[in-house]
Ligand binder design. Sequence first.
Ligand SMILES: Cc1cc2nc3c(=O)[nH]c(=O)nc-3n(C[C@H](O)[C@H](O)[C@H](O)COP(=O)(O)OP(=O)(O)OC[C@H]3O[C@@H](n4cnc5c(N)ncnc54)[C@H](O)[C@@H]3O)c2cc1C
Length: 509
Amino acid sequence: MVQARTLEVLQTIGLAEPFLERGTIAAGAQIYVDGRAAGGFSFENVGHPDTPYPLVLVLPQSDVEAILIEHLGARGIDVERGVTATGLDQDAAGVTLRVTDGPGAEHALRSRYLIGADGAHCIVRKALGLAFAGAAYAQTFLLADCSLEGDLADGPLSIFFHREHFALWFPMKGERRGRVITTSRQAVTDPSIAGQGSSPATLAEVEASFRAAASRDLRLTDAVWLSRYRVHHRGVDRYGVGRAFVAGDAAHIHSPAGGQGMNTGLQDAFNLVWKLVASLRCEAPEALLASYDAERRPVGETVLAATDRAFSVVTSSSGWVAAARKVLLPVLGATIGRSGRLRSRAFHFLSELGIRYEPGAAVQDEAGSGPSCAGGPAPGRRAPDARISRTESVFDLLAGYRFHLVAFSRNPLSGAAIERLADELEAVAAASGHAMGAHLVAHSLVGRHPRAIQVENDTLLSTYGVTAAVPEALYLVRPDGHVAWRGPSLDLTGCRAFMAERFGGRAGP
Ligand SMILES: Cc1cc2nc3c(=O)[nH]c(=O)nc-3n(C[C@H](O)[C@H](O)[C@H](O)COP(=O)(O)OP(=O)(O)OC[C@H]3O[C@@H](n4cnc5c(N)ncnc54)[C@H](O)[C@@H]3O)c2cc1C
């Protein structure tokens, strides 16, 4: 599953469209308990007008990888296969990674920084001596991409509970095609699947587990991919040491049930890479790279704890938990179906739109006790989308993996004021040393002006806390789409000083 926040991140680099074209939008979810429909909900109207993607996208991970590799290829970057990292050393100036590309052919790769995104068995994590505390789940997961026959509604994502059995059906493109994920307890004793990872499975096994969870006469045919996974729930104690970092499954692994692992990993990378760029190009202070651990470890820990708790409850074989589950799940399904607020909260968590970073090296709230644009996104939160006009939205402005300096004015500006402010914003962006867009979003006294984006929709201003009491505001948005700094006026002094102090570069002009 590809979550809304991941699609937003992909939009900034022009990749949301290919994802949407290849994937299937899940219209909603239907819950079944002991084979009977027990409530469901639609993903429409999840109460988030601030995202262009109020949806869950079903797309096989092989397609995700294919799109990303194609994108890299179009930029002249090839992914080298058959090269295995075996160990590393680091010193004050860089990291030396030892790799082999065949028996006895070990060589060294030298770089200023290293990201270990080498999955659950991560060699980088081991070489850095990071703890990876946790344990294995009792269940294994069986997977099939296949066709479905039998009595099941087309369209929604289906979630099945029966005793300790649990299964999911994700509809994908094609006549009754989809992916089954189901749990199986039987195979855990098999030593060949003791570690985290995959091993072969048969369609008969997947079907037997699926039918046990669904308690319905459902048949699976025409499988194109079958697998069994043993999954652990574990997290690292630090997201990096010195110049080497870990991201994705190298840093956190958990139950796949909530569709969070890949999404969380992609956002680790999005959080880290601009910090590395700022360190390399602008000599940003060391604290900026340290903020990767400070910001992303709590996110990983929350995802791990939440998925683990939910998964333990839905698969527990304890008598009273099973009895409570049988009564409570239909109630929960029906309540989520009825309550827009609950649906919105659940979506907010699962979509990862709600992730917020605490003030620290890469985030600071406005200082002082004067006027405040408190109704807008606080520093650390993601900058939300909002319509500026019929044809343009905030996310159109925030395109590209770069900083954005956005000035809002509710007060109508004269042509001269627009020219002066646009000059100032552009000068700050150009002199900062960082890749940065500068945007003036304002009411205008002179109609359309080429250097200002005219506000046609006041909801935009209130979304960003620009009100009659605070008619102007300045936001610095980080390349990963989170607000770094905001101020309740168009005075650029504080913002310039903040950027130079926290992200390096120049404090000019
Ligand atoms: C059954 C199942 C269903 C899932 N469904 C979802 C879902 O719907 N949504 C979601 O967000 N997540 C889902 N996940 C989780 C998701 O698959 C993982 O979180 C994601 O693949 C992690 O990506 P990664 O790049 O960190 O690691 P990996 O995908 O494991 O990639 C690591 C890469 O590093 C390479 N590598 C490993 N060791 C070395 C080495 N020593 N040298 C060089 N290269 C090396 C590997 O070959 C591999 O290419 C699911 C997981 C499972 C098991």
